[in-house]
Ligand binder design. Structure first.
Ligand SMILES: [Zn+2]
Length: 233
């Protein structure tokens, strides 16, 4: 086939347009990709209780749940900050958020936490607590999500999966639905992590060590990161 000059020029022009479109498409795809991957995530960490509200008490040492919650929360905070995740702490001291200790302080405390959470624009809420039970035999770390909260449930399952790999986890637990004010009120995906039982002498002993507090924080960290990385899939 003989291609005349006009046809040849048309083909060259067509090829130039195609390659320019290709470059444009690649650049667009690259910038979308960069946008997704450079997105800064934010996490609210809520250390449960505080001040005169100590929460549960250690069965042997009477250690306050509120103090251990704060220790775990601080370890978790530094894990997130190490990889550039923005962290908002509802409290970073031993005090509560209720202002005065007058009547209704517990309600005021929780309302303040909800306000911080819902004004945070964060991606998730992790509330740190320790459990207690009538039998000293019950042990281990469990995660709760709110009724009808699909994203909270996904997040809870992700954290529970990692909790089940804790060196001292007695058995595999499933994430559980729980009727908690914080979970019901939170507008962002939220979980309550009950990181162990202060009614169990064994758990209490572990939870008092920095090594185990760090291990707990690490598992929560992995659970949250896995949840965030699978978002939108
Ligand atoms: Zn608690």
């Amino acid at each position: 086939m003989v291609i005349n000059r006009k046809a040849f020029l048309l083909i060259v022009a067509f090829l130039i347009v195609v390659s320019l479109l290709g470059v444009w498409f690649l650049n667009t795809a690259k910038s979308i990709d960069a946008g997704v991957h450079s997105r800064v995530f934010s996490v609210v960490i809520d250390a449960g209780h505080g001040g005169i509200d100590g929460g549960a008490e250690g069965t042997n040492t009477s250690v306050k749940e509120s103090d251990l919650n704060l220790e775990i929360a601080r370890h978790l905070k530094s894990k997130f900050q190490d990889i550039g995740v923005n962290v908002i702490m509802t409290r970073n001291s031993y005090g509560g958020l209720y202002g005065t200790t007058a009547k209704g302080f517990k309600k005021r405390d929780l309302e303040k936490r909800v306000k911080i959470i819902n004004n945070s624009n964060a991606d998730v809420l992790v509330s740190i607590h320790l459990n207690c039970y009538s039998s000293p035999k019950r042990r281990g770390a469990t995660v709760f999500f709110g009724e009808g909260k699909q994203e909270g449930e996904r997040l809870a399952k992700s954290v529970q999966k990692h909790f089940n790999t804790l060196s001292a986890q007695p058995k595999d637990y499933s994430a559980t639905r729980g009727d908690y004010y914080l979970l019901n009120q939170s507008k962002i995906p939220a979980v309550i992590c009950e990181c162990g039982f202060l009614s169990s002498p064994e758990d209490e002993k572990l939870l008092l060590t920095e090594a185990y507090q760090k291990e707990i924080a690490e598992k929560i960290f992995y659970g949250v990161i896995e949840y965030l990385s699978l978002q939108g899939e």
